[in-house]
Design a binder for this molecule. Structure first.
Ligand code: SF4
Length: 581
């Protein structure tokens, strides 16, 4: 019997054996059993479920419901007392979440995030797909995140458990990964390996769940994941994922599923398409805004309800993927955005590559603050700031003014078409100080083509000027040329060059500004992955298996074509290697 059909049938049989349960609060059930939610719980709740789905906080048992401990609970309690109990940890996360969806359905999807919970729950896209999947009556999706303590899981041979029901990763009918960043590939390996699912697609058996990929990385370069996945959704997922869910519901085998998925726009199936990756999907403004589902304090964006105020950007910075892969900017109307903000949310985070360009941002901030909530804005352009805007941010709880220079000098900002002047950045610092903010965070890219020592000297002098206005932290990243941008075929500046620049900055700014930087060596590894073809995938796997240190990566990459993705694009005339000049 074929893969999907085989696994689905097993699960349907198992579900039929489970008794119907009334209470869904008891997370002490044995991990192999699912916490079920009866269909009549799937109704609009006053607090969490934004789309008619149940919020876990509203599914607590009423008084008088039996709290007798189920089989195995005492053993787990004693494990928790001894200090290491992943089941207790996930239950603790659940207890602090609002918006969790608990349900059962014939088909189960493990929605995997190759980073720990703290990072995963700040991903708006991950939350959107979680809700989308759970809106299907035949599908139940549960979250699986990379454990904080991978080595302990390895030592104890403990599989990653889903957050909702504690189901082990390999028990799902299908695994869907959301990947944001090239080097998340190691978290992808860790999760599959810990879960006992072969990493290479060719080594998986019919009883293993198919593996699909989505997330922001797919708009950049998904090729290195080719040998490991059954398919990927390239770009915006809202439409393509809906079509894939249809295919999952209708398919009776893995092959049937892939055949149905083959006709879906934006779906890349490596074993059928080879290196021919389809065009990136861009949904229309009618699909927006994307809205968060779960609020928790255990995340980077603590207790913040996320909502996407715009997608894309109207600017044209030459190093930026958003310019080519996510533009044009799509702006939902203010009222449509505001209508999604729930009363119970303590803080509201407006998400987008260009939030300060959104025409509704000031009014949105005014209204959210008037509701007594805190605010967060995922991106600020210094030239959009004035006294009123910065005062609103401060009233919404902002303590740090965060802006991007993105090049070390005015000359290079001009070359990169950044459109920001030194005076805008200094003005942002002054406005932040006047509004009572405590710190300036300034992001800058080094290793840009044509960069000279004069540019770095200008950065040093400018940072000192900022530090004289308010305490300043300089976040420095080496340029990693990304495909599909005008700098897509630019050279990486080199580890030695980047290290020399960082050393110079540290020496000049020590005691004046805090310096945080991405290591030159890891920027090189990221560069190789972001430019790599499918052969970069097995090399990454070899590096990970060899311990994952820089040496292991450098050795593994020796046999890999440096510009594999560009060559593939040229072969199939997918897009101009030079990007959009
Ligand atoms: S760097 Fe920022 S302003 Fe420039 S194109 Fe990208 S998102 Fe837009």
């Amino acid at each position: 019997m074929s893969r999907v059909g085989f696994v689905l049938r097993l699960n349907r049989a198992a579900n039929a054996l489970l008794p119907e349960v009334e209470s869904y609060w008891d997370f002490n059930v044995p991990t192999r059993r699912i916490v079920h939610v009866l269909p009549d719980y799937l109704e609009k709740t006053p607090r969490g479920g934004t789309d008619g789905l149940v919020s876990r906080k509203d599914s607590r048992p009423r008084k008088g419901v039996s709290q007798r401990l189920p089989r195995g609970a005492r053993k787990r309690q004693s494990q928790a007392r001894r200090g290491w109990d992943p089941d207790a940890r996930r239950r603790a996360w659940l207890a602090d979440e609002t918006g969790t969806i608990l349900r059962s359905a014939p088909t189960t999807i493990g929605l995997c995030y190759p980073n720990p919970y703290h990072t995963a729950m700040s991903s708006l896209g991950y939350q959107v797909i979680y809700r989308m999947m759970n809106q299907r009556s035949t599908i139940a999706a549960e979250r699986i995140v990379l454990p904080d303590d991978v080595s302990e899981h390895q030592r104890r041979r403990q599989a990653p458990l889903s957050i909702e029901s504690g189901r082990p990763l390999a028990d799902f009918d299908l695994l869907a990964f959301s990947v944001a960043y090239d080097l998340d590939i190691t978290g992808f390996f860790e999760l599959l390996s810990l879960g006992g699912v072969p990493i290479l697609r060719a080594e998986r058996q019919p009883y293993h769940p198919p593996v699909i990929l989505g997330g922001p990385l797919t708009a950049s370069n998904a090729l290195p994941f080719g040998p490991f996945i059954d398919l990927a959704v390239i770009g915006d997922g809202e439409i393509a994922v809906a079509r894939l869910l249809d295919a999952i519901e209708e398919a009776d085998s893995r092959e049937d599923f892939l055949e149905r998925a083959d006709g879906v726009d934006g779906v890349w199936i490596p074993e059928l398409h080879g290196d021919r990756v389809p065009a990136v999907q861009k949904v229309s403004v009618g699909v927006l805004p994307a809205v968060g589902q779960i609020v928790t304090r255990h995340t980077e964006l603590s207790n913040m309800f996320l909502i996407e105020s715009s997608r894309g950007c109207p600017r044209f910075c030459k190093f930026c993927l958003v310019r080519s892969r996510e533009s044009p900017m799509r702006e939902p109307e203010l009222e449509r955005v505001m209508a999604h903000i729930p009363e119970w949310a303590p803080r509201v985070g407006f998400v987008g590559a260009a939030v300060s360009e959104w025409s509704g941002i000031r009014e949105a901030l005014r209204r959210v603050i008037a509701m007594g909530k805190g605010v967060g804005v995922s991106s600020l352009r210094a030239d959009r700031l004035d006294e009123e805007f910065v005062q609103l941010l401060a009233q919404g709880g902002y303590k740090t003014m965060t802006v991007a220079s993105d090049a070390p000098s005015q000359r290079l900002r001009n070359t990169m078409a950044k459109g920001i002047k030194t005076r805008h950045l200094l003005n942002a610092a002054r406005l932040g100080r006047a509004a009572g903010m405590k710190r300036l965070k300034l992001y800058v890219i080094i290793g840009i083509p044509g960069e000279t020592q004069d540019d770095i000297d200008e950065l040093i002098a400018f940072t000192k000027e900022c530090a004289a206005i308010m305490p300043t932290a300089l976040g420095v990243s080496p340029l990693v040329p990304k495909l599909h941008t005008p700098l897509g075929d630019a050279a990486f500046a080199g580890v030695a060059h980047i290290d020399r620049t960082l050393k110079k900055l540290r020496r000049a700014l020590g005691g004046i500004a805090e310096l945080r930087s991405t290591s030159a060596k890891w920027a090189w590894v990221e560069y190789r992955m972001s430019q790599g073809g499918q052969d970069a995938g097995p090399a990454a796997l070899a590096a990970w298996r060899a311990g994952g240190g820089y040496r292991a990566w450098a050795t593994a990459m020796q046999e890999v074509e440096e510009r594999g993705a560009l060559r593939a694009a040229e072969r199939f005339e997918l897009w101009p290697a030079a990007g959009m000049r």
